[in-house]
Design a protein around this ligand. Sequence first.
Ligand SMILES: Cc1cc2nc3c(=O)[nH]c(=O)nc-3n(C[C@H](O)[C@H](O)[C@H](O)COP(=O)(O)OP(=O)(O)OC[C@H]3O[C@@H](n4cnc5c(N)ncnc54)[C@H](O)[C@@H]3O)c2cc1C
Length: 499
Amino acid sequence: MSGPDIVIVGSGIGGATLAAGLAPSGRRILILERGERLADSPEARDPEAIFARGHFRPDEDWLDAEGRAFNPGNYYVVGGNSKLYGAVLMRFRAEDFAPRRHLGGTTPGWPFGYDELEPFYAAAERLYRVRGAVGQDPTDPPRSGPYPFAPVPDEADIAALRARLSAGGLHPASLPLGVDLARWLSRGATPWDAFPDTCGGKMDAETAALAEALRHPNVTLRTGARVRRLIADGAGRIAALELDGPRGPERIAAPIVVLAAGAVQTAALLLGSADGAHPRGLANRSDQVGRNFMNHNASAVIALHPLRRNRAVYQKTLQINDFYNGGGPGGAPLGNVQLLGKISGPILAATTGLPRALAHWIAARSVDFYAMSEDLPDPASRVTLRDGRIVLDWKRSNWAAHEALVARLRGALRRAGYPVVLSRAFDRRTPSHQCGTARMGHDPRTSVVDPTGRSHDHPNLWIADASVLPTSAAVNPSLTIAALALRTAARIGTGEVAA
Ligand SMILES: Cc1cc2nc3c(=O)[nH]c(=O)nc-3n(C[C@H](O)[C@H](O)[C@H](O)COP(=O)(O)OP(=O)(O)OC[C@H]3O[C@@H](n4cnc5c(N)ncnc54)[C@H](O)[C@@H]3O)c2cc1C
């Protein structure tokens, strides 16, 4: 049997969406995924197992800048991190594509504007069956059509929260979500945010994009296949991939190679593939591979009225963008606020160390928010390798904007009738929104891939995951990763830029 036409490394949002976009071309597509399909288990809906015992966390350590090992919240299964995601599938705002002045500096802007990506956002929303509402959020970018489905409904206590926030002059809006609510709840009455999807209730990379790709006989998924290295030939083409398979090391070659291993692992693969002709690693003439690592500044913000219970099960249906395009000193943008999946007693106890009884008392009353601000690209914020191990030296940026966002949110929540508001920043071991480590751009001296996702250095190498994002905005990344992957698929599939 002849080999594949296209090899894709990784079956996360980027890789699986790319495969779905390329599948109708009829080309033989092989997806190599280091993980396995996530099987259902009692732990899948057990908050103790997930948050206290880290049941689903990888058996892997990375190093921080000081050389201390930590266990990252980065998931290696079919579907990648999206198996545990909050299923918020949201477009970047139109303003995010242009250079933006933040309290912490000015972003570079994208090589194209929002209008270029709009048709791909629309296609990604169809693929992921996004549920949302038009006309509630003043920061929404222009759309060519409505959402495919009506929004996931607020639970009663969240509908009351929405009314209270609106009365305070804010513009709460339904979160765009990829969730089949009935299906999710039929497996157990829990939130979906940070819980693994083993029932198909979330529209994630496996259930939405990969399932669509695998309907085509020309698409094959190989699990348990960890790619270790890319090999370039004398002409600069990627000649083969070396991988660990079930029968040991092997080599696979294809005319087109696409990396979609996630922002940290894609950078690590390129850096770890250094050879005599490419001493800094492959695709790295610019020395930008691994740099500009971004991850959002994020805090959990808990609002509480001692006499008011919150009976929500899933909670995560609402967002506030009133501070997104302004709200900071001098009108600086501050970021997005959205509900977290409902924090229960076990989750609060596990993540804060509070005594169980107190954690249960708080969680029965709290409304739980996620405040998220833009992290700006910084070449010194980077992924490197030390003796083959991943070193993640994340330099947070724009922190003043995040503090201002949390302060604005605190004030708004107090005015909305919550006398107690507590907040806590997410720590460095949670690289959930990792991006930027192989950024796209026109200039081969300052970017790793061109605006279609193709390596400036290797004509048959493409990247289609969160690595290519030039900026992080203050929006959950998945829909943008998916839209970019569909755009890359269109370019590869039509042979518009033949490899
Ligand atoms: C708890 C949590 C909640 C989140 N909530 C949201 C949300 O609500 N909305 C949102 O937009 N985003 C959310 N995110 C972020 C979102 O999940 C990621 O941005 C997105 O999944 C990244 O997709 P990716 O394709 O870039 O990479 P990944 O998801 O990392 O996929 C990479 C894939 O490649 C595989 N792989 C890695 N290395 C190799 C190798 N060497 N060989 C073969 N295979 C390899 C991995 O196993 C994985 O399957 C959340 C993340 C987490 C962890």
